[in-house]
Design a binder for this molecule. Sequence first.
Ligand SMILES: *Cc1c(COP(=O)(O)O)cnc(C)c1O
Length: 441
Amino acid sequence: MTTPLPQSRHLATAVPGPRSQELMARKSGAVASGVGTTMPVFAVRASGGIVEDVDGNRFIDLGSGIAVTTVGNSAPRVVEAVTAQAAAFTHTCFMVTPYEGYVDVAEALNRLTPGDHPKRTALFNSGAEAVENAVKIARSFTKRPAVVAFDHGYHGRTNLTMALTAKNMPYKQGFGPFAPEIYRAPLSYPFRDGGLDGPAAARRALDMIEKQIGASNLAALVIEPIQGEGGFVEPAPGFLPALASWCRDNGVVFVADEVQTGFARTGDLFACAHEGVVPDLIVTAKGIAGGLPLSAVTGRAEIMDAPHSGGLGGTYGGNPLACAAALAAIATIEEDGLVGRARDIERLMKARLSKLQSDDARLGDVRGRGAMIAVELVEPGTTAPDAGLARRVAAAAHQAGVIVLTCGTDGNVLRFLPPLTISDELLEDALDVLADAFAAA
Ligand SMILES: *Cc1c(COP(=O)(O)O)cnc(C)c1O
């Protein structure tokens, strides 16, 4: 374990190898079958752009554990900070005996998130838990019940966040009834809405909201600036600013769910910054702490301070190990110029994928920003989704040693979320594998 992990793709066995197959059999006997896996292999270590499995296969990582290991797996500053914190103390509960790391993370988030107004932060464990708390805070501040989410949106798997999430299978099927007072508005989806411009798409959503809910009943509008699970949908320019400005005029809390887009992933520290949108509350998780579980709600002081003392919290929220990791991840992003690196990755990936697209009409749309890039697969010449092709290409890539994920309401989007520390050589190799997978599929 002390030799560095070679940064190259390598197949030692067929995928999955014999040891992964044994472990998969144990998993079936021990782990609830509702907990599925994308890859049939068990990891033993990972760094840079490589994940190594129990059989000695080395995979190029185009998933980052779903946009989490943005600063790289076991990033050196993160490992050092967590090791030191584990030796000092592992837990006291911030609500019992507070500690400085939590305050440091809150100050960092208040400094780094969009807008220079006074801010406050509260820390939690998962993205879903933070989204729920953003809704609690918005309701407490506005004293209104209703919440709007959008078509194709994904916000988590707890009861309230299942209600906010658009897609039934696999997230909601059989798990209802869901939380009340959640409404769904139409999104701007340039590839699928016939070129409706951003302001017009916003007007369509706001007309629905005004007629079916009424602004005076609405506590919050919750939106991903670029959708994650929903298919890496980038709304048309002007859509997000128009929604944010309507929220301002109507006393509605604009909540940006940046759980997937946050922390340098999109080539800005936060995706809202791309159009200068300043959310009232911003929800972060995934890339925040280099792989340790941490999430946050950050926002306008007057909104964040609305709930009574003791109204927010949780046993583990802002755990000291996770806080140490977050500070180290933030230092890594700032000191290693990872925002710029995300933009380099976008240039490289979009150039290669656009070239593939020009020769292959099944690649309907290449989109995304930074190191959050997707291709939407369709039947040639139409926008009819081809989920089977996405499945076949992903499976072929897995067999050849590349971790890729699919997404989209129709399951027809291949998404790429490499760690920002991946080399150009590994990205090129992974794109060669994908090109072969398309040719074979
Ligand atoms: C992953 C995700 C969540 C849920 O985060 P968990 O940590 O899995 O609870 C919420 N919102 C978005 C946009 C996500 O991508």
